[in-house]
Design a protein around this ligand. Structure first.
Ligand code: BGC
Length: 271
């Protein structure tokens, strides 16, 4: 049973980067359910992206798959070119593509550092820049949305929770926090809304080790006051709301969707 039954995004065109798996796939599904046309960007798994497209078509929605490495300027420009050709414009960007390359700090290679920053932070810059150009060119279409465009940056609870062993990842998400706020401040007068979602532990391939066994999941739950791991659709629903006019006055905010992970659970009894 879909939890959001209204077609709040009817007629809108959304691009979800990293949309073929994990959180991105749930957002793509949720936006399609809400009536949006969805472009599913993927890096290498063409088959998974096509499966998503077929699934959305089977439910009566409209989708297309588009390959691009979001850290590469030319590939991002080409991807937006394809979307403009197919759809004429874009209404929603979900800058979701992200990776983890974990290592103890003194063993972290420059390549691990650079790749994580390139995908998680530079990738958001490159995609958001193309989206802002298009929203600016196109302006407001009042019958579609009260905003001229919406950008949702995928961040993480690790934009505020330090994370030993994951310094590159936490640094990239800390960067997303101020990237999002500064951009939101810059373009709000154009009626472009920029916000972020910071998921906690969500059941996806990126953190399989943290939920794969009962013991691991029990350990993980100690960090989550709500005592359950998040499901990808928890983020899908939040993204639909942030992209819809129901959140029209929400500008430059990070929405933590984390079961309370950012509430310092250690202080439930300590302190
Ligand atoms: C990471 C996951 C982790 C979660 C909570 C996310 O940003 O990608 O691996 O489980 O934060 O720590």
């Amino acid at each position: 049973m879909p939890l959001l039954t209204e077609k709040t995004l009817a007629g809108q065109r959304a691009l979800v980067t990293g949309g073929s798996s994990g959180i991105g796939a749930a957002i793509a599904r949720a936006m399609a359910e809400a009536g949006a046309r969805v472009a599913i960007n993927y890096l290498s798994d063409a088959e998974a992206a096509q499966k998503m497209v077929d699934e959305i078509h089977a439910c009566g929605g409209e989708a297309l798959a588009v390959q691009a490495d979001v850290s590469q300027e030319q590939e991002v420009e080409l991807m937006f070119g394809i979307l403009m050709e197919r759809w004429g414009s874009l209404d929603i960007l979900v800058a979701n593509a992200g990776i983890q390359l974990d290592a103890p700090f003194s063993e972290m290679t420059l390549a691990q550092w650079n790749t994580v920053l390139a995908v998680n932070l530079t990738g958001q810059f490159l995609c958001a820049r193309e989206a802002v150009k298009e929203f600016t060119r196109r302006g407001l279409i009042p019958e579609l949305s009260s905003a001229a465009g919406k950008i949702i940056c995928m961040s993480s609870v690790h934009d505020v929770i330090p994370w030993a062993g994951h310094v590159n990842y936490a640094a990239s998400k800390g960067g997303v926090l101020m990237f999002m706020k500064s951009l939101a401040q810059e373009v709000a007068h154009q009626k472009i809304r920029v916000n972020a979602i910071s998921p906690g532990a969500i059941r996806t391939p990126i953190n399989r080790a943290a939920w794969e066994t009962q013991e691991a999941e029990a350990e993980l739950n100690k960090l989550i006051p709500y005592e359950r791991i998040g499901e990808p659709m928890d983020i899908g629903h939040a993204a639909v709301w942030l992209a819809s006019d129901a959140s029209d006055y929400v500008v430059g905010t990070t929405l933590y969707v984390d079961g309370g992970m950012t509430l310092y659970p250690g202080f439930q009894e300590g302190g």
